[in-house]
Design a protein around this ligand. Structure first.
Ligand code: N01
Length: 548
């Protein structure tokens, strides 16, 4: 029997933050710094978000540690030593715990607790969040820092549940025990960033590894290795200057190297020279100053394809590991010094699914159109229902009881990547139509949380109205997102999770704003400085009394 609860008319706290990754930890800190009462909820047993869940062997970040870190606090920058220029998942998770401890926000977080619903009450102008533990918390501002890649996609393969061996997802690798793959026959499905990282690790110990590849990906050399202490010293000298520079950049970080010549001004020999130099310097994607031009991108794509094939001994395997169907950047590219060479090991084999598709997973292995492959273990590196998936995983409803699922039935709609019409005072950092996954997510977390709390401060100073964007602002922002996507080679012609193409039936909308970080930041703060002309302000039924 369910008992109907009387809705609360007063908030339990000013702000609720859902999620304790980069954005969530910083949101809790900002709430505290600005004097708000706050509660945090996290479904994991510790902070870390992405870096908590994706604990598969080989998981590491390919955005360099120089950039992929917080910069809001000088002491955090100066007191943390990264062991690698591309830190591993466990180190990043420890770093986030260190930052959370420094900010003293752990006490605000209820761990191991999923938020199931986020419901707006029009009578009070308050948000009511209900958890899996049965708790209801009412607040004035809800910040859903739930990540863009946190809702694993179902493998959508017949017979998944029939497999009698062990099965693991890279996106929820066991944390409570070690997984021993030694001497086993392992199948890995998926060759995106996670697959490319996990395959070499599995191949070190497994008796046989079969890699099931639907689409090949670009793989360029990783920048993993010792930290350059001169760069570190430069960052530590004035972290706030670094922070400002990131926000003035295109990608939310400062690339360590970039070609100094233009593709359009070089002859064929000059282009080849620039590409060779960039390959050695590990910045091939930025080999030219005008690398964004389709013709420069085509040259870069061809060059990488050649370098990839050179690393693989078997001609058929080499040919199939190379992405012929899309230009560099159409899908999220991968970085590894060892992935391609792994296929030279006698215990590793590629199955090209476009030629021999998986027909069924059976109790003893995987049956393709031509053979049955016996397996002890299947590793699913099959990706995520990206960006909108985590939002849909929570039951969110706003004005007139409109659900987010209905509001986004034709794909995500929002303004400036943070707020949605009909959902006043609800904030969605790391979500659709922000620079998100095509920028430095750590910079984005800080920028969006700053903008959100500057907005909240503004609302507090202006009589606490309720704020949500105008529909025409959302339409304009979606058009802007599309306009910049059209300029990005492969963005609209490649089947990728950027546009929802990896999930059957998902609305196809390019979900990442590619206008650059600087423009994004300026547009956000332009709204704030002008008193939010792109939004509607509604009078709040709630009195001005605060919790404290
Ligand atoms: O997921 P993905 P991911 N049958 O979607 C295949 C970030 N990340 O976890 O391409 C067979 O990229 C699918 O095939 P296709 C990063 O932003 C960062 O690897 O759809 N195959 C694809 O090969 C990244 O982009 C880091 O044809 C199936 C793979 O599974 C994002 O997370 C590390 C299938 C999924 O690749 C997601 O990466 C890891 C099926 N039914 C992740 N379904 C670093 O910073 C899916 N696939 C290094």
């Amino acid at each position: 029997m369910t008992t109907k609860q009387t809705p609360k008319t007063e908030p339990d706290c000013d702000v609720v933050v859902v999620g304790a990754g980069f954005a969530g930890i910083y949101a809790l800190h900002q709430a505290r710094q600005r004097g708000f009462s706050v509660r945090g909820f996290e479904r994991g047993t510790d902070v870390g978000g992405t870096w908590y869940w994706n604990a598969y062997p080989g998981a590491r970040c390919d955005v360099e540690s120089y950039n992929y870190a917080y910069f809001f606090d000088n002491d955090i920058v100066r007191d943390w030593d990264w062991s690698d220029a591309c830190a591993g998942h466990d180190e990043i998770q420890r770093y986030l715990r260190f930052a959370a401890e420094r900010c003293d926000v752990l006490k605000d977080i209820t761990f191991n607790t999923k938020v199931l619903s986020v419901i707006y009450d029009e009578n009070t102008g308050l948000w009511s969040l209900r958890t899996g533990a049965g708790e209801t918390v009412v607040c004035r501002y809800a910040v859903l820092a739930i990540g863009a890649l946190s809702d694993p996609k179902a493998p959508d393969i017949k017979g998944v549940d029939s497999f009698a061996g062990e099965a693991y997802f890279t996106s929820s690798w066991p944390k409570d025990r070690s997984v021993d793959l030694s001497g086993k026959r392992v199948g890995v499905i998926g060759t995106g960033s996670s697959g490319v990282q996990v395959v070499p690790e599995v191949a070190k110990v497994a008796a046989e590894v079969t890699v099931f590849q639907r689409t090949a990906n670009y793989v360029t050399p990783t920048r993993s290795g010792p930290m350059d202490q001169n760069v570190v010293a430069g960052l530590r000298e004035d972290p706030q200057a670094v922070r400002r520079a990131f926000r003035e950049s295109y990608g939310g970080h400062t690339p360590l190297a970039i070609g100094d010549e233009r593709f359009t001004e070089l002859d064929a020999a000059g282009r080849e020279r620039a590409l060779q130099k960039a390959w050695k310097g590990k910045y091939v994607e930025l080999a030219f100053r005008d690398t964004y031009l389709p013709e420069a991108n085509a040259a870069i794509s061809d060059f990488i394809r050649e370098r990839m094939q050179e690393q693989v001994d078997d001609a058929w395997t080499a040919q199939h590991l190379v992405p012929w169907d899309h230009p560099y950047g159409g899908k999220r590219p991968c970085m590894s010094n060892v992935y391609l060479q792994t296929f030279n090991q006698p215990n590793v084999r590629l199955v090209a699914l476009p030629e021999t598709p998986i027909e069924e997973i059976i109790p003893t292995g995987i049956r393709t159109s031509t053979e049955t492959i016996p397996l002890d273990v299947i590793v699913y590196a099959t990706g995520f229902d990206a960006i909108s998936g985590p939002v849909f995983a929570i039951d969110i409803s706003g004005i007139d009881g409109c659900s987010m699922k209905d509001a986004w039935v034709d794909g995500p709609m929002n303004y400036l990547g943070t707020m949605v019409y009909g959902f006043p005072n609800l904030f969605l950092p790391s979500s659709a139509m922000s620079p998100s996954v095509l920028s430095n997510m750590a910079t984005l977390a800080e920028q969006q949380i700053d903008f959100i709390f500057d907005t909240i401060d503004w609302l507090e100073q202006h009589g606490r109205p309720l704020l949500h964007p105008l529909p025409k602002s959302q339409e304009h922002w979606r058009e802007e997102t599309l306009r910049y996507a059209k300029r990005r080679p492969g963005a609209l012609t490649t089947k990728s999770w950027y546009s929802g193409a990896n999930v059957p039936g998902k609305a196809r909308v390019f979900m990442v704003y590619c206008g650059g970080f600087k423009r994004y930041n300026q547009t956000c703060y332009g709204e704030l400085e002008e008193g939010f002309p792109g939004y509607e302000l509604l009078a709040s039924p709630q009195s001005a009394g605060t919790t404290g």
